[in-house]
Design a protein around this ligand. Structure first.
Ligand code: ADP
Length: 328
């Protein structure tokens, strides 16, 4: 394998709190080990459009407490085409980049895998997404902060829900995974979570309403993952009005939306991002490629891209039982 002297770094897909801490860690650990670092703006778009700059240790000063990403992020249609990736490869050669570190979610790592295979190019991925939906890692960067934001929001909504004796249906992110909804429900003391993982097994809404979940309460809160599989908060509220009018539930909907993505990262996300950023450089030094850095029981592991992007990361079903038990 050719010797690596210069490392390119980009953030791609949805932004997540902690991405800046990861940028800082990758840059500093790379320079510490004698590499040059090039920052690529706007994810794969910056590779295709040649928006590439040198990063020094001071380029990443004072950024770790900010949400978002100083390298910006974008979605890039051109990178989905062979021509677009060829253009990206030309720019990589032009800037003397010998390896890439890609910080992003499922889509970004799928793109990394495609590019790495096509051009036989070394890439290490870092899981940066609030959804926590990548396989092979207990946590992704940004998940803990988003969970805390959801808890903060639900605490406030609960004041109104209990004063007005209403049922609030609150939509959180997670198109294909219920990590935020389920753990957000437990952290905020919500009565239930409706998640995509369970949607093919049971009618979660019917089960919830027929369980008489409001017998001992005048107000309640249900978290719903934003997903075609759950129908989202609007879909759930509509079903309640149409299918269960006899319960006379006074339903209100709140969609947390982009509130969940921003904000200063929690200590846990900053530490995870710092460990993973430095581990990405260790991985390249060890000759690793086509892997994502994962966190398995507080230990750094290397996860092949093919495993990381495989859908269907398992939720902890004991947590569903716990939620039922605690919401009586
Ligand atoms: P996330 O990383 O947050 O899941 P996206 O799914 O939007 O975000 O993916 C980010 C970008 O990754 C896309 O805009 C595209 O440029 C690239 N990408 C995603 N999937 C592929 C693929 N199969 N092949 C090539 N590039 C891809």
């Amino acid at each position: 394998m050719a010797e690596i002297k210069t490392i390119g770094l980009l953030t791609s897909g949805g932004d997540a709190p902690g991405m800046n801490a990861a940028i800082r860690a990758v840059t500093r650990a790379a320079i510490f080990n004698g590499f040059k670092v090039k920052g690529i703006y706007r994810g794969y778009k910056g590779l295709v459009d040649d928006e590439i700059v040198d990063l020094q240790t001071q380029s990443v000063s004072g950024i770790m407490h900010h949400g978002g990403t100083i390298l910006k992020t974008a979605r890039c249609k051109e990178f989905m085409t062979v021509e677009g990736r060829q253009q990206a490869h030309e720019n990589i050669k032009k800037h003397g980049i010998d390896a890439l570190v890609v910080i992003g979610g499922d889509g970004s790592l799928s793109g990394a895998r495609q590019f790495a295979n096509e051009f036989d190019f070394p890439i290490v991925g870092i899981p940066g997404t609030i959804d926590n939906d990548l396989n092979g890692t207990d946590h992704t960067i940004g998940y803990d902060t988003a969970l805390n934001t959801i808890m903060w929001c639900v605490d406030r909504i609960r004041d109104t829900a209990s004063s007005h004796e209403r049922l609030f249906i609150i939509e959180v992110m997670g198109r294909e995974s219920g990590f935020l909804a389920l753990n957000g429900a437990i952290a905020s003391g919500a009565e239930a979570a409706i998640i995509p993982e369970m949607s093919t097994e049971v009618d979660q809404l019917s089960e919830l309403i027929q369980s008489g979940f409001r017998k001992s309460k005048n107000s309640s809160i249900v978290l719903v993952a934003e997903s075609p599989a759950t129908g989202g908060a609007m879909g759930v509220a509509e079903r309640i009005r149409k299918e269960f009018p006899q319960y006379n539930l006074r339903v209100r909907v709140t969609i947390l939306g982009h509130l969940q993505r921003g904000g200063s990262p929690t200590a846990q996300d900053r530490i995870l991002a710092s460990r993973m950023g430095a581990a990405a450089i260790d991985a390249l030094l060890e000759g690793q490629r086509n892997i994502m850095i994962g966190d398995d029981d507080e230990k750094i592991v290397y996860v092949p891209f093919s495993k990381a992007i495989r859908h269907g990361k398992e939720i902890d079903r004991d947590l569903l039982e716990l939620l039922k038990k605690l919401s009586i």
